[in-house]
Design a protein around this ligand. Structure first.
Ligand code: FER
Length: 251
């Protein structure tokens, strides 16, 4: 194994992943997950990876099912498929030579994903960093409100249109409706840092505030004046990651 881009198998589907900051010597690793319609080379995803790498933490950024270079159709992706992907990434990272502690970090839908994954992997996850976490998706799906569209939650349309991304099949909403975010929060007892911009146009900042409060060991950093993808103050986001991680890595 070496740093770079390669495939990780998830039950016959290929996930495109980038490993950085790894050299086989003992060090933590952070798995970093992008959001809905996002990918592993987005500016804010790469910037956060750099912050981990600068602390001596290896990073594994991956495109999830139906996104970026990975296999699967966008239309067919669900949070269950992303959870299976996430468990494959955790297994892969844990098997990597020299890996000590495992951290999970994700943005928006990837933030929700790592919150759910931390509950499943609670004995393996040293810390969790949800960024602008889209933790309201399950409740919105149950109400029949997703992507600015409304629908009857018990008679789902075959597909929802997603901007320039084509269609999203109804299995997405079926899965989202079945997910219990509060139970996942309550199951993870490790340290959590939630980061959220207070001008987020996609996920209200209150969602991040509520999640941080509910976690047994939740901390919150609000980025004043910033948007969903941190267009204004990305350096404050990376500083928050650095400040929170530093004593865990070198303390
Ligand atoms: C929604 C609002 C936000 C939604 C998804 C998101 C599928 C996720 C945003 C992101 O990951 O950036 O209604 O519905």
């Amino acid at each position: 194994m070496r740093n770079g881009t390669f495939w990780i198998d998830c039950d016959g589907m290929r996930l495109s992943a980038v490993l950085e900051g790894w050299d086989g010597s003992p060090r933590p690793i952070a798995i970093i997950v992008h959001g809905f319609t996002g990918n592993k080379v987005e500016r804010h995803i790469v910037a956060v990876a750099r912050a981990f790498n600068d602390l001596g933490v290896a990073t594994l950024r991956a495109d999830m099912y139906g996104h970026g270079q990975s296999d699967g159709a966008f239309r067919d992706h669900t949070l269950y498929k992303w959870l299976t992907d996430g468990m494959a990434l955790v297994d892969w990272a844990r098997a990597l030579e020299g890996v000590t502690d495992l951290y999970l970090c994700g943005h928006s839908q990837g933030g929700l994903l790592v919150m759910l994954l931390a509950a499943l992997e609670q004995d393996r996850v040293a810390g969790l960093i949800p960024m602008s976490p889209a933790a309201m998706i399950p409740e919105m799906a149950r109400k029949g409100e997703l992507l600015g569209q409304t629908f009857a939650p018990d008679h789902l349309p075959e597909a929802l249109g997603v901007w320039d991304h084509g269609l999203l099949g109804s299995n997405y909403a079926r899965v989202a409706q079945a997910i219990d975010v509060e139970a996942a929060i309550d199951r993870y007892k490790g340290p959590v840092l939630v980061i959220h911009g207070d001008q987020d146009e996609s996920v209200p900042v209150q969602v991040g505030i509520d999640a941080a409060r509910r976690y047994a060991r939740g901390e919150l950093v609000i980025i004043p004046g910033d948007t969903h993808c941190y267009d204004c103050h990305l350096e404050r986001v990376t500083a928050a990651v650095t400040n929170w991680m530093e004593p865990r890595v070198h303390g």
